[in-house]
Write a protein that binds this ligand. Sequence first.
Ligand code: CTP
Length: 400
Amino acid sequence: MTEMLEKKNIIMGISGGIAAYKSVELLRLLTKQGADVRVLMTRNACRFVGPLTLEALSGKVVCTHLFQEGENASIGHIEWAKDADAVIIAPATANIIGKMAGGIADDALTTFVLAVTAPILICPSMNTDMYQSPVVQRNLSLLEKDGHIILRPDSGELACGVTGPGRLPDPEQILERLIKAMCPQDLSGKRVMVTAGPTQEPIDPVRFLSNPSSGKMGYAIARAAQRRGALVTLISGLTSLQDPSDVKVIRIQTAAQMASAVFEHFEEMDIIVKSAAVSDYRPEERAGEKIKKDKNEMMLNLVRNQDILAEIGQRKGDRFLVGFAAETEALDQNATKKLRKKNLDMIVGNIVKGEDSAFGSDTNKVSLYYRDGNQEALPMMDKEGLANRLLDRIVERSNK
Ligand code: CTP
């Protein structure tokens, strides 16, 4: 669930392609995210999927005719266009793409799109040869130039038996692209590195030292930065989380592996956010075989791991560097001390003790501390909201 679509007015335009059946699932996903969805269908779309199904799932009248009676009579489509936060056309046939590119408005959907000022996401889906034809490609480039967003079709076996590009992407992918279209692109082209999750320091082949970090905060930051236009590299310890879309994910186990991955990519970054919970120590030796319980007591010798953040703090140049401070007491003092010691631009401090502990939870309550001495206490927020708030501050401060 993402709060991005909560109460947003989304218009779904469906044209007459075989993939129209997928729009039913897409509609279900959108309403599950709290969006208010209205559906417009072309006459041919109604031959592939019944308006009644879409009416039942959206809870609203589906518009199929320009001069439809009832709710949509007369200037209904202009009202819808005015209120729309975003529009998705899925599937978009060669015909609707051609009409949109040529400014033709001869039915409810094409008339409606002309009046829209919100972002329009067009999802072409058709036979491969049709899709690759010069005229369809030319029309798509025209629409792109006009500021519309084109989600290129997937390749695969199509209903017509041909294998190639033309398949409508999965509803989840369409949803992700829609969310991106609705986000400010204030990190456009910026290279952002995020570290996330715990590291594990092996004791023997079946045991390790670690911590309860779930990685949720770092993944939320990586996902939000990607949606805001950044090119994101996520360096992650072991988590059960799904890779965020269109993010380069590098998986590591130990702090030493995280350090090499960070140092390898650090130079090309503009912004670095180190939310990983890195083990400060590792066992001096790693047993080759499972350690047997043949003694009543055992000693484990630990040696220090390199402090990755402190190291990149020394070499940061004009990169914007953000650290996290997980504390159980004296948050202000400990966080500001780390900020200075590690030469950071900003540190996110949180208390990891008691009921409000951020570890593993979907929410987090943090305070932000800046290089110039300012600080800001944020209320309890979900990690997605917090990720966006942190990025707001990073954008403001790195543009200064
Ligand atoms: N960090 C790091 N490398 C380490 C340890 C920590 O890069 N070996 C980073 C974390 O990713 C985090 C920040 O340093 O952004 C602070 O981590 P934290 O564990 O709170 O602080 P430490 O510096 O390890 O200090 P201490 O454990 O003494 O509180």
